[in-house]
Design a protein around this ligand. Structure first.
Ligand code: DC
Length: 224
């Protein structure tokens, strides 16, 4: 029975395409572990910022990473034993994560951790390079897309509930810049795996998206 054998669900796409919401729902429906790899890059970025590390000094970065642990407890991101889930969502950390995730030494460390996390149990992992690099043999691969305008609208609606929220134009510009960085970096750029199922989420609700993806998985999993 395949459900007794660990399987991996890779969910990739650009920022704001709804990956984390869909991935979390899939994990819950299948009673398997959700791993937010973006949170892992953010946690390392937070450490770089708090230690004032120089991301252009690969050796110093490597030394820092030797002493770094990133894990999840109940979907909360834990950096060196401390819950950092809220601290990693600031604009400063977002900008540093975008820059530091392009550094090979950072990717090597986190990809190794991610492979370990998905080695012994079934996982849903979302990110940019899961189906292409972390788990090229994942049993299920999805590539979620949405237009930059749609993603900016969703993000703007989320941010509008807070004080000091940026304008729609600022949100759109930030999304476009991150898309560019994520897809043009030399190491593990954001590209669709050839065998990934693409889902264009423009005009779909997150419920519709999650149900559709779940259906694709369940139709290939034997009954329990
Ligand atoms: O999905 P997110 O916005 O939380 O990701 C934070 C940053 O990490 C973003 O700039 C993309 C990068 N990232 C990556 O390079 N590879 C991944 N597997 C996940 C995220």
């Amino acid at each position: 029975m395949i459900r007794d054998i660990p399987f991996r669900v890779a969910v990739d796409g650009p920022s704001g395409a709804g990956m984390s919401t869909a991935a979390k729902r899939i994990a819950k429906a299948l009673s398997i572990t959700y791993i937010d790899t973006g949170a892992m890059y953010r946690a390392v970025a937070l450490k770089i910022l708090s230690e004032g590390a120089d991301i252009d000094d690969a050796e110093a970065l490597a030394r820092m990473l030797e002493d770094t642990d990133v894990d999840f407890i109940d979907e909360r991101a834990v950096l060196d034993g401390r819950d950092v889930s809220d601290l990693i969502r600031t604009p400063e950390v977002t900008a540093m994560a975008s820059a530091s995730s392009a550094r090979p030494v950072v990717r090597r460390k986190l990809v190794a951790l991610q492979r370990k996390m998905g080695a012994k149990k079934s996982v849903v992992m979302d990110g940019r390079d899961i189906g292409t690099n972390v788990f090229p043999n994942a049993e299920f691969k999805f590539f979620m897309i949405a237009s930059p305008q749609e993603r900016a609208r969703r993000r703007f609606a989320e941010l509008a509930e807070k004080d000091d929220s940026p304008s729609y134009e600022e949100v759109l510009a930030a999304i476009s810049e991150r898309d560019y960085n994520d897809s043009h970096r030399a190491v593990d750029p954001l590209v669709k795996a050839e065998d990934a199922v693409e889902i264009d989420t423009d005009g779909m609700t997150i419920d519709e998206v999650s149900e559709w993806m779940l259906g694709k998985i369940v139709e290939r999993l034997p009954e329990e």
